[in-house]
Design a protein around this ligand. Sequence first.
Ligand code: HAM
Length: 420
Amino acid sequence: MKAKYAALRGTRDLLPDEIGRWLYLENRVRDVFGRYRFQEIRTPVLEATELFARSVGESTDIVHKEMYTLKRGDESVSLRPENTASVVRAFVQHSLHRSLAEGFPARYYYIGPMFRYERPQKGRQRQFHQIGAEVLGSADPLCDAETMEMLCRFLDELGITDRELVLNSLGDPDCRVRYRAALVDWLQPRRANLCEDCRRKSADNPLRVFDCKVEPDQALLADAPEILSFLGDEAAAHLDQVRALLDRYGIAYRIDPRMVRGLDYYQRTVFEVVASGLGSQNAILGGGRYDGLVRDLGGPEVPGFGFAIGMERLIALMPQDRSVAGDADLVLVCLGQEGLDGGVNLARRLRSAGLKVAMPMAVRPMGVQMRRAGRTGAPFALFVGTQELAEGRFGLKNLETGQQETVDEHELFIRLGVKT
Ligand code: HAM
């Protein structure tokens, strides 16, 4: 039967049989990021539209075309298309810079849904989820390299090894001014050959032409000037040091001088990790340095560096066996009304002891109950009937081996590893 209501295009339900993989991933985040002393932060999914316009950038595709924006009274609010802006907003709002000391940046991570009104396709949704991390308070190349090292460790431990780290530098604001001028000069005589969107961008924010997905434009832009030739001494030295540290850690990377990322707040280091096996949406994560953002959002001069990973893309790449099992510890097979009543009481005691217990909610034939038992993932079934309750001894069946023994309640707890 066709459902009358379906989840909106570009959004999807995560059903119980997929949740084990999401929980596994979230557990790995908390473990690996925790080793580097990142702390979790949770910000609202709804923010002032102005926040994203000011940070991600008015002329980016994300803000210009993809935000879910609504008006409430005089306010314009948007569902967050990304979370760096919100984390920085919270950092400024709560004066979190007060806890910083030279060499001791604040480290935050988040896990949650983001919203972009994009054309849905494989690996691209309108509601998707990100795992992100932000380091506030260090401009040191060590911060860039260590954060990328953590990422590589995280991906290795998830079993995602067929991947490539791609690196570039967008330089400092003054390098960008010089580059922008050179790019505008280069684009000017070619404007007529660009798509309408790129013609608009080449006037407003020329670096954004590199976000264009139109093939002939991409081919044309392959010959555009490269930002790396415009780096000043300090930005160039910063990139060299990041590279030297990555080399020292044995982390392989490729420099792509045309990677500019689709958000305006970056300067100096930018990076992505791409993986094969994902089709055209092959970036599993992206990030970079955003040293002016805290100041731009009304805070003090605090540098920042971070990244965000697309969880759907990561889960698609994770080996099949990576999942948290939601299995029951024990299934009660209740015989008749008395068995069901006694089973309810027994289940209460077992659950108080911390065990996951499955049982029916109505009197059902034993054959039906045994067939359902297999679905609970429980290793044992316990038979509860009038006689068993009277004697205080129950049949305990190992569902893997088929072996059966008789146990009292005390022995049952011991079998199931509960201390009594
Ligand atoms: P982003 O490159 O826009 O960066 O997104 C990061 C990752 O989110 C992408 O590499 C991709 O895996 C995933 N992603 C983005 N859009 C979609 C979509 N429509 N469907 C599925 N997955 C998607 C940021 O969001 C920055 N805030 C990253 C950052 C943090 N930079 C510094 N700190």
